[in-house]
Design a protein around this ligand. Structure first.
Ligand code: EPU
Length: 340
């Protein structure tokens, strides 16, 4: 189905009021194939949109937005000898509905990723992560349709080239494949991941260490720290946590003993952008309707009528001040689309 001159407010969690020239909603793989093998004409450039929870529009979009609505959750395969089950979900399934379904079935592996806004199709693109878990550890394969010719291509886990909030679908194959279905390996006898101290504490307040309580613990923490995009526009973490060499981290820690640092791959450490931004005094600050959340400095918010450009400019100011104070360059996690 092709729509013209679409208001994007409800298609991006910042609630920005730009328009798109065209939008195509896709409900089946057949429709996607017809779109890409030349049967249906559409205007370039193309932007594949999940629920717009990781995007900052800075102007109207002159092209076609593809909005996948492929549904369905299936148990594909039991692996009883390994205690696993393979399940799949359509790209258009709401991510948290899928997590809730898996927890209700007693399948483990996704519970720490509860309440992350977005759709299933975005999870391999972004390699979503929270509370010590990244979705790459559960993804078996990703079914896609090539935007080049409409053919089906399956990417197995290693072909997805997953990294921290990164994958092949964000790098050199960006917007070249439409994800239609994602396959996850879950455990039938879950081993819980409570390495994240504040999650362990929250779960102990709720009760026993069960799958359902871990999900509830994550939900409680997220609700207490992160603004609900239905109420205050935001896109979760605006910046990635920077990865620096261990020597840079050790030097910084010398000057700022309270600074959180996390182990990363050999020779590197990850810093906490939220802490760095907070130390620069940004928490709770506002520039008109663009602001920094009062409980988590990594989250930029739209208090109502901010424009994408205003949020972008605020993010530039933040980057500059973190660079001046700590010599660390922040990289945006959110994708900026439009004229700056
Ligand atoms: N901190 C501050 N001030 C702040 C924010 C954080 O001092 O304003 C400190 C915290 O006290 C903590 C550290 O910074 O010591 C890290 O903060 P937190 O545990 O809240 O996690 P984060 O690193 O800010 C990451 C992910 C989140 C994910 C949480 C929980 C990124 C970019 N963000 O945030 O993911 O939910 O860990 O695992 O990796 C997202 O990607 O949109 C997202 C919300």
């Amino acid at each position: 189905m092709i729509y013209k001159n679409i208001q994007l407010k409800k298609y991006n969690t910042f609630g920005l009021e730009y328009t798109a020239e065209c939008m195509i909603k896709i409900k089946t793989e057949k429709e996607a194939t017809a779109l890409f093998n030349g049967t249906v004409a559409w205007k370039k450039p193309l932007l594949i949109l999940g629920c717009g929870s990781n995007i900052l529009f800075t102007s109207d979009f002159q092209g076609t937005i593809l909005y996948p609505e492929l549904k369905g959750i299936k148990i594909e395969e039991q692996e009883p000898d390994k205690g696993n089950v393979i399940v799949s979900a359509g790209a258009g399934v709401n991510w948290d509905d899928f997590v809730a379904w898996s927890v209700n079935k007693g399948f483990g592996g996704l519970e720490n990723l509860s309440l992350i806004p977005g759709k299933v199709g975005a999870t391999p693109v972004q390699n979503i992560g929270a509370y010590g878990v990244e979705v790459k550890d559960q993804i078996v394969k990703v079914k896609t349709i090539s935007a080049n010719d409409g053919s089906i291509r399956i990417f197995n886990n290693s072909e997805c080239e997953f990294g921290y909030r990164n994958s092949i679908f964000k790098k050199r194959e960006k917007d070249k494949y439409l994800v239609t279905r994602v396959y996850y390996r879950l455990t039938v006898k879950p081993s819980l991941n409570l390495g994240y101290e504040s999650l362990k504490e929250e779960v102990s307040k709720i009760g026993k260490e069960t799958l359902k309580n871990v999900r509830q613990g994550v939900i409680n923490i997220r609700r207490s720290k992160l603004p609900d995009p239905e109420i205050t526009g935001n896109a979760g973490s605006f910046f990635k946590n920077p990865v620096v060499t261990s020597s840079v981290a050790v030097n910084l820690k010398g000057g700022y003993p309270d600074m959180p640092v996390y182990k990363d791959q050999e020779g590197y450490m990850k810093l906490a952008s939220g802490w760095l931004i907070d130390q620069c005094g940004w928490k709770g600050k506002r520039r008109g309707d663009a602001g920094i959340h009062e409980k988590q400095a990594l989250v930029l918010v739209n208090y109502g009528k901010a424009t994408g450009k205003e949020i972008y400019n605020l993010s530039e100011e933040i980057k500059k001040s973190v660079h001046e104070k700590f010599g660390v360059d922040l990289e945006r996690e959110v994708e900026v689309v439009g004229v700056i």
